[in-house]
Ligand binder design. Structure first.
Ligand code: CA
Ligand code: CA
Length: 96
């Protein structure tokens, strides 16, 4: 991960779609959460602008499904999604 350390930009806000927009596209059963099946396979967790161009820096959100589903009920709620995004932001700020 040395590639982005050298870029030196302090603001590392994840550029991810809002949960509401994810729900509108992917919540097939309209229960207000995204199950593992509903969760989009191709949603990149682009933690910072430009990452999508960095080799081996592509991370798919779905890889984090287990981490996002904090109460392990099999679906990610809006709060779980927000908590996860906040955690991501904190993580990348600390490592910046
Ligand atoms: Ca659902
Ligand atoms: Ca859950």
């Amino acid at each position: 991960m040395a590639a982005w350390n050298s870029l030196g930009e302090p603001d590392l806000a994840p550029a991810v779609p809002s949960f509401a927009s994810l729900l509108s596209k992917h919540d097939a059963n309209r229960d207000g959460g995204l199950s593992r099946d509903e969760f989009p396979e191709d949603l990149l967790a682009t933690v910072r602008p430009g990452w999508e161009r960095v080799e081996d820096a592509q991370v798919y959100y779905k890889q984090f499904f287990g981490s996002m589903d904090a109460d392990e009920d099999g679906r990610v709620s809006e709060k779980e999604s927000e908590d996860f995004n906040a955690m991501l932001r904190r993580t990348f700020r600390e490592h910046a």
